[in-house]
Design a binder for this molecule. Structure first.
Ligand code: PMP
Ligand code: GLU
Length: 400
């Protein structure tokens, strides 16, 4: 009965599979099972002390009240400086909106732009919430598939073919969650040439993993191409780079008509992002990126470790080398149709479930990310845990 009362909008979407898997792992742990959690994209470091001290100071100095809806002016100024320093992007504080995590920033944008039945182009594999948030807005995700052979990136012709008169927005992440791929300067330039021909199509460039890059080339922001600057919303946040997932600070740089509309929505929804976290974000974003180099070095070591261990597991296929973020996305369809412990593995959901129940390792099925032949493994965990997890996975699968 109650379910029938729920909105159609809500019935269009499912629970977040990343969050659901993390909750399952947490629940099993609470019941005494020794679970290794490689499901959630959540760094295991403590945020740097200088940032924690800034938050303590903010409490002592009395930052307890609502802030301007789009965020403290001095924070927005620091964000402009950060965009210029790291991305060569010129924004003014009126083009910046600080939100309760990048998640709220995305939802602000979608609610600003989308009408029922509009189309949003999303290359797959995509981050789970893009698809579901678009559905929540009663719009259509138009998914462009990619292949591991092409490093999970789209060709400009694919983009061109996908654009219709109903296309409002294109959403992608670079570095990508879940594949770790990074679009090069030239690849983005080629895509920008397509967008240039369609000035009515907006682009959400999710750069939340910007600092978590192992490539020598810096991560390019698509907004640097002047012809399309006014079509781009550049998204970033402090969750991943500074290991501050619970602090909930994300931000956008965008054309002013977009930042104004996001401010309007946010003013009705949450008033503003948390005041203390905003003060801490000033300190984080002002700091030299070299301050967090130690975390990136660790992630790189873990990535190399994971790539090595994956090679040793028959049936896991990973031909590309992820250059950023902290995920690998191997193909595991080799196991489909095979029987383990009396159960046939039909798809990636079954496979991930099996790893949880038999190997006691939590991962996320590729179906969450629009590719149900793959599995997402997060290596935002200690080396010891990663080594133990792969030992368990290998042992479980040799029984097949
Ligand atoms: N974009 C991507 C690609 C992500 O992986 C995440 C995961 N947290 C987010 C956005 C949302 O980040 P936040 O914690 O800032 O809401
Ligand atoms: N973004 C992280 C992930 O993909 C955190 C969970 C979530 O927000 O979906 O695992």
């Amino acid at each position: 009965m109650e379910n029938r009362l729920l909105s159609q909008r809500l019935q269009n979407i499912s629970f977040s599979q990343t969050i659901a898997m993390a909750a399952k792992a947490r629940e099993l742990k609470k019941r005494g099972y020794d679970i290794i959690n490689l499901s959630l994209g959540e760094p295991d470091f403590s945020p740097p002390n200088f940032i924690l001290n800034a938050a303590k100071k903010a409490i002592d100095e009395g930052y307890h009240y609502y802030t301007p809806v789009s965020g403290y002016l001095d924070l927005r100024k620091v964000i402009c400086e950060k965009f210029y320093r790291d991305n060569h992007l010129k924004y003014t504080p009126s083009q910046i909106v600080v939100s309760t995590g990048a998640k709220q920033a995305i939802m602000n944008l979608l609610l600003s732009l989308l009408n029922k039945n509009d189309e949003v182009i999303i290359p797959a594999p995509y981050w789970v919430s893009y698809y579901q948030m678009v559905r929540l807005c009663e719009s259509y995700p138009v998914v462009i598939p990619t292949t591991m052979e092409n490093n999970f990136k789209i060709h400009p012709e694919q983009l061109e073919r996908a654009i219709t008169s109903k296309t409002k927005l294109f959403i992608f992440s670079t570095p990508c969650n879940p594949t770790g791929s990074i679009y090069s300067y030239q690849e983005l330039k080629d895509l920008s040439n397509i967008f240039k021909k369609h000035p009515e199509v907006m682009i959400l460039s999710d750069e939340i993993y910007e600092y978590i890059s192992y490539s020598k080339e810096p991560v390019t922001s698509i907004a640097i191409f002047p012809d399309i600057y006014n079509q781009v919303i550049t998204l970033n946040g402090i969750s991943k780079a500074f290991s501050m997932t619970g602090w909930r600070i994300g931000y956008i740089g965008a054309p002013e008509w977009i930042s104004k509309s996001c401010d309007k929505i946010q003013g009705q929804m949450t008033s503003c992002a948390n005041s203390i976290a905003q003060r801490a974000a000033i300190c984080a974003l002002k700091s030299n990126p070299s301050e967090i180099e130690y975390m990136i070095k660790k992630f790189k070591k873990r990535r190399d470790l994971v790539l090595n261990m994956i090679k040793k597991i028959d049936g896991f296929q990973l031909n590309n080398k992820p250059d950023g973020a902290f995920y690998v996305f191997p193909k595991i369809s080799f196991f489909f149709g095979k029987k383990l412990h009396g159960k046939i593995i039909k798809n990636a959901d079954d496979f991930s479930e099996l790893l949880l129940n038999k190997a006691r390792v939590a991962t996320v099925s590729g179906s969450a990310f629009g590719n149900d032949e793959c599995l997402r493994i997060s290596y935002a965990s200690s080396e010891d845990k990663i080594i133990e997890a792969f030992k368990r996975i290998k042992k479980t699968l040799t029984l097949i």
